[in-house]
Design a binder for this molecule. Structure first.
Ligand code: MTE
Ligand code: MO
Length: 202
């Protein structure tokens, strides 16, 4: 890739993309849709989001309430375990940590199970969920999130494989001991770091 060829005039982004592509991944500029099962259609008037389990106060937000929280815009790469990566996704939404007052979490709330409209689930350590780059996103590349990409609201956990970025998110259940989600129960890695190729458990 880095031959000393005067005719090669690579742009900075292409150089950098080499370092931004985790092992075993191929870049795509498309935005493939990866969904197990049907696409749930949730009218905003019926949409709600709940934080429950090991919290001091269980909270449910409707669409207006959640949208009144501070909005954050992040540019992040997205890595699917089926080996495609899409660089520079512009996500807009609410940081999970801005939504959950840290003192609302009980000290034994070590793990989270994310649940979705349609029944999909995935698991994460609470620590990860509260990091600065984890969003409840309602926009992608400037447009409202389409239904097939998880609209009206999806989770985005950029540093883990994309199956953790749960579409049509409905709530977060905080628990003490790790419980596995949909793909994790079927043999995917419980953590899923693309840089360590944590694709499968075995
Ligand atoms: N609810 C739900 N969320 C989901 C999935 C799913 O099947 N259902 N698929 C996951 C997988 S495997 C990937 S790669 C990403 C794909 O997101 P996209 O379809 O917007 O590209 O969503 C993740 N979130
Ligand atoms: Mo995926």
């Amino acid at each position: 890739m880095y031959q000393n060829n005067e005719k090669t005039n690579m742009e900075t982004r292409d150089d950098v993309s080499v370092y931004r592509t985790p092992p075993g991944q191929k870049l795509t500029e498309k935005f493939p849709v990866l969904t197990y099962g049907d696409i749930p259609q949730i009218p905003l008037t019926e949409w709600s989001f709940t934080i429950d389990g090991l919290v001091n106060n269980k909270i449910t937000f409707n669409w207006e309430e959640i949208m009144s929280f501070k909005q954050t815009i992040l540019t992040k790469d997205f890595h699917c375990v089926t080996q495609w990566s899409r660089l520079d996704n512009l996500w807009e939404g609410i940081r999970v940590k801005d939504l959950i007052g840290k003192n609302n979490l009980k000290s034994n709330a070590k793990y989270a199970l994310i649940y979705c409209y349609g029944g999909y689930t995935t698991n994460l350590p609470s620590e990860v969920l509260l990091e600065d780059d984890v969003l409840l996103a309602h926009k992608h590349d400037g447009d409202s999130l389409s239904p097939e990409h998880g609209g009206p609201m999806r989770l985005v956990v950029p540093k883990l494989y994309a199956w953790k970025s749960a579409k049509w998110i409905k709530g977060i259940n905080f628990i003490e001991n790790e419980e596995l989600g949909f793909w994790e129960n079927l043999g995917y890695h419980s953590y899923g770091d693309p840089w360590k190729e944590q694709r499968f458990k075995f």
